[in-house]
Design a protein around this ligand. Structure first.
Ligand SMILES: Cc1ncc(COP(=O)(O)O)c(C=O)c1O
Length: 404
């Protein structure tokens, strides 16, 4: 079938997602206690996927065998070509491991690198599933929070060095720090880490015998001409000491298909990862592979348009807060479609802030404190939705703030 259509997508169009078993739309009542909220929480987009992906899935579905499936050369080559095209990163198809999602891969990665009692470093505010990744592996979190300097997040490099020096089993029951879970672009604070920042972090971790588990699931959602650098692409040393987690799920809005590519150049680390996942974490399902290949090969026409639209939404949201909503500041989003919103000037504790967003503003957002202590007073807001609904959400927030 021919692919790579020149289609113009209309992301202003509001499509009803209710009664599709959507987590965002159909579980809102259960999770937030009311149904009349504008959903701006869980990270998927309220935009239809690229036509090429739909067609590829339909075509595969027409073949009436859905038996056990492995990652064939089609999908592997598509990932290899994507890395070369987007990041000028030459990877070997042998480095690839496919998993049904990045979060399961993080669990596997941590278990493959640690013994119970070891420490894993997190840079809070952190994507909240990182916490159970560490704890359920029997490890301890060594917390090295990001620093907020003049409205801009930075990594704390001396704190990082400290985490390695002060662990080494010195705390009762703690083994040494074995790895960091690094997130780039960073969910929730929206930083796209620059190459010199990545190098400083990576060198510190590796000099101390650690491995960088690099969650790069948002790597293609970046704004204003910025460019993502995969951690392992920086040097041979970084390549040998890292596990890079990628997926088309955020970029192409395929989260429900559960497919990710984990790139592990170091053979020993890769074998340990494969041994740890064996029999526990299955392969992705066959439609995931189909969608991944179609997205990477033919999705760029769509992606360009969606990034344009998202950038427009981000500008709209930022200027709306600046001009019309006093007391709430927006941290600059360099990557991800998640805005990190600073509500500390409202002077509310976490409980009151939660009530404010849910019952006064009637907008469903992620509470900042679930990303760690340093997220208190913030919320995370998903802006990947048609602009008219975004505007309605912002009006609700404006009215709620004015009533305070
Ligand atoms: C940083 C990060 N990692 C992982 C995930 C989820 O990955 P998956 O659905 O592939 O398990 C998300 C989803 O929002 C995310 O933001």
């Amino acid at each position: 079938m021919e692919r790579g259509y020149k289609l113009k997508y209309d992301f202003d169009r509001v499509i009803n997602r209710k009664n599709t078993d959507s987590l965002k739309w159909d579980l809102q009542k259960t999770l937030f206690g009311r149904e009349d909220l504008i959903p701006m929480w869980v990270a998927d987009m309220d935009f239809p996927v690229a036509q090429e992906i739909i067609d590829a899935i339909k075509e595969r579905a027409e073949h009436p065998f859905y038996g056990y499936t492995h990652a064939g050369s089609g999908v592997k080559d598509a990932v290899v070509e994507r890395m070369a095209k987007k990041f000028q990163w030459e990877i070997d198809p042998e480095w690839l491991v496919f998993t049904p999602g990045v979060v399961p891969a993080l669990h596997v990665a941590v278990r493959s690198l640690t013994h119970p009692g070891d420490e894993i470093i997190l840079q809070e505010p952190s994507y909240h599933p990182f916490f159970p990744v560490v704890k359920n592996s029997g490890c301890h979190i060594a917390s090295n929070p990001l620093k907020l300097v003049n409205g801009h997040y930075e990594m704390d490099y001396s704190g990082l060095e400290d985490k390695f020096q002060s662990s080494s089993g010195r705390l009762p029951g703690h083994g040494r720090a074995k790895a960091i879970i690094f997130c780039n672009p960073h969910n929730p604070v929206g930083r796209l880490w620059k190459q010199d920042e990545i190098i400083k972090m990576g060198e510190t971790v590796i000099a101390n015998g650690g491995v960088v588990i690099s969650d790069e699931i948002h790597c293609e959602i970046v704004f204003k001409g910025r460019k993502h650098t995969p951690f392992a692409s920086i040097s041979q040393e970084f390549q040998e000491n890292s596990i890079v987690c990628m997926s088309p799920s955020k970029t192409f809005n395929l989260a429900g298909l559960e497919v990710s590519s984990i790139i592990i150049p170091n053979k020993k680390l890769r074998n340990e990862f494969l041994n740890t996942m064996g029999g526990i974490v299955p392969n992705p399902n066959l439609f995931g592979y189909t969608a991944m290949e179609a997205a990477f090969r033919y999705g760029d026409e769509w992606l360009e348009q969606v990034l344009d639209y998202l950038e427009g939404n981000l500008e709209f949201l930022t200027s709306y807060f600046e001009k019309r909503i006093p007391g709430i500041d927006v941290i600059e989003t360099e990557g991800t479609y998640l805005a990190w919103i600073d509500c500390r000037k409202l002077g509310m504790d976490n409980k009151d802030l939660r009530t404010f967003w849910r019952d006064e503003a009637r907008v469903a957002v992620e509470d900042g404190y679930i990303f760690g202590e340093s997220g208190s007073g913030f919320v995370r807001m998903n802006f990947a939705l048609p602009r008219s609904i975004l505007e309605e959400g912002l009006k609700r927030i404006e009215n709620a703030v004015l009533k305070l």
